[in-house]
Every structure is written in C-alpha cells, then in structure tokens.
Design a protein around this ligand. Structure first.
Ligand code: 4NP
Length: 161
C-alpha cells in the first residue's frame, strides 16, 4: 500500500519545520499510522544544511515528550513530485515555494500548514522563533500541534478511510 507523504517547509529547516515534523510523527505514531504516512521536512534556504535541529527547539519539544531528529536540507523543486503535501510554515516560504511550482499537480500539493488548523485564519504563519526568546519556541509547538492534529484528521478522511 502506498504511503501518504508529507513535507513541512520553513526557512532554515532547524526550528519550525523539524518541530512540525516531530509533532506530526508523534501524533501519527500514537494513532498507529506510522506505516501509512511518510514524514519529512526541508528549508527553502540552504544556510543550515546538514545541521541538527536548533537545541532550543529540541529542548522545548522534549519537555512535551516529542523527539526532534534529522539533518537540515534545502527543499528542491523536484520534491513536489515526491510529496503529496508540501506544507509551508509561513507566508514568505509559501511564496518562495509557489515560485518553484511548475505544474498543476505541484500547485495542488502546496498548502499553508496552519490552514489545517480550523481555528486559524486562512494563510496564517508560524512565526520564526530564531531571533526571539523562549516563548517563541513554545508558541511554535502550540501552533504545530493544532495544525498537525487537523492535518492528521484530513489525511485519515481523504486517504485512509
Ligand atoms: P526556521 O528558523 O526557518 O524555523 O528553521 C530559522 C533558522 C535560521 C534562520 C532563520 C530562521 N537564520 O536566519 O539563520
């Protein structure tokens, strides 16, 4: 059975998208759907390529029992061929990803991550926590949890029912 594949995309792939990846993996694991959903993340920029998630993101996630892993990599236009859902963490990265859309299939695969949170305004962003304080990392986790719960419901309904 083919897997539904999901890639979360932020700027550096060290804070927001690895957090969303870890949160979603945690929820998918709890739901027993690990063998049905492939989960990855990437950044539109390459400056942190090869790095582990930011230790602040890792520490805040660990407090909630969520493990962050993986090495940062840059999103490539051809990733639109590999992933059913390309989830932009903010509006700026959505625009950059939109620039890389070259087909109708790709266009249909690009989403604002927070649009899967029914309580979130359309096109809303997960704010960049990189230059801010500790509360920013907690907010990223809260927003990722809400969006990822909605995303899992959506995937169950659309693909796994
Ligand atoms: P991310 O956060 O996009 O959530 O991984 C950032 C990481 C690094 C930088 C900006 C945002 N930076 O400017 O280096």
């Amino acid at each position: 059975m083919s897997k539904v594949s999901v890639c979360f995309v932020c700027l550096g792939n060290i804070c927001r998208s690895p957090t969303a990846e870890g949160v979603f993996r945690h929820l998918v694991g709890e739901a027993g759907l690990g063998d049905r959903i492939h989960i990855d993340s990437a950044g539109t920029a390459a400056y942190h390529a090869g790095e582990s998630p930011d230790p602040r993101s890792t520490e805040h996630a660990a407090r909630r029992g969520i493990r962050l892993a993986g090495q940062a990599r840059q999103f490539l236009a051809k990733d639109f061929e590999r992933f059913d859902y390309v989830l932009a963490m903010d509006a700026a990265n959505f625009l950059e990803l939109q620039r890389q859309v070259k087909s109708e299939t790709a266009r249909k695969r690009l989403f604002h991550c927070r649009d899967f949170d029914g309580a979130s305004p359309k096109g809303a962003s997960v704010p960049d926590p990189y230059y801010g304080g500790e509360t920013g990392f907690e907010e990223v986790l809260d927003l990722c949890e809400a969006a990822c719960r909605g995303l899992l419901e959506h995937i169950r309904r659309e693909h796994l029912a």
